[in-house]
Ligand binder design. Sequence first.
Ligand code: ADP
Ligand code: DP6
Length: 336
Amino acid sequence: MSQQQIGIARAHANIALIKYWGKRNDELFLPLTSSLSLTLDAFYTDTKITFSENFTESSFFLDGQKMPPQEVQKLQRFVNLFEPLVGQLPHFQVESYNHVPTAAGLASSSSAFSALACAIHDALNLDLDSQTLSTYARQGSGSATRSLFGGFVEWEKGQDDDGPSSFARPIDDACHWDIAMLVVVVNEQEKHLSSREGMAHTRDTSPFYHLWPEEVAKDLAIIKEAIAEKDFQKLGEVAEHNAMKMHATMLSANPSFTYFEPATMNAMNAVRQLRDEGFLAYITMDAGPNVKIICKNSQVETIHERLLQEYSPEQLIIARPGPAPRKLSEEEFHDQ
Ligand code: ADP
Ligand code: DP6
């Protein structure tokens, strides 16, 4: 390896419409079910990695802040995944900027590990296709698997303990879809229980969990039909039902837990009210209290106006289908 190798990439976050909630192999990040998401334009991570023989230790700066050793170790573990391809790597410096609230159930880890995988790929001059690279991103954070592509993306669960068989594939770039996601940020603080811990606890203790894989299989078949038929209502209904079933498994865990907060319930009621008035608006939620409204792009501005009566402009973020990751120049990266 030459003295210094640099890679820079931008990857967009994705929000699952059919959720991933539980692993069959924690070490390899192999999921118990397949899942399906929409990549979003408004939320992304820009990451630069520099490998250098001159560094005496590895380091990680997130949004300009030096991160503690346990966060550096997480990245070290991830970087080590690439060593079988290139041999032993020197220390690294990672600089990353999240254009998405971190650890608030807004999928920062999906864009984070997808951007890091792409930056490493670039720095090491590798020639992996996106599907293969998604199997690396997966081992940083499961949801990152799906951020290797734009639009609607499926993450196939794969077989047994076979890591390469669990990858992402694009379903539809969503460019011709009348779809948007309006995020209602009721609380952007970091959550107390990570998705990782929450899903393991649910898998291990909920007596209802065994129903989850069956429900996901049914919901995936329905949403794929809806995408093929461009049937927005069918897509919204199955996505909302799937998210609520996931949250129901958490209530049935022992001890029980929930990411819902009082403000979450109010936002959910606002969506139901909009629906009663004839808007096509559906709820999805992840491992945090924030509510995402799946709606038509042609109705999103009107819905936004309506919600401004109850929420501040900063609490309402409109997102639309987003693209696959791309390389960034130094200038673009420093222009944060
Ligand atoms: P979220 O709901 O935001 O995806 P998670 O708990 O799944 O929350 O993941 C958040 C974690 O992902 C952070 O605590 C941090 O360890 C990691 N992370 C977030 N952003 C970055 C980044 N830009 N680069 C590397 N790791 C990141
Ligand atoms: C509720 O991908 O953050 O957002 O694989 O342990 O890093 P790890 O978990 P993560 O979990 C995402 C859970 C979810 C649903 C989803 O994105 O499919």
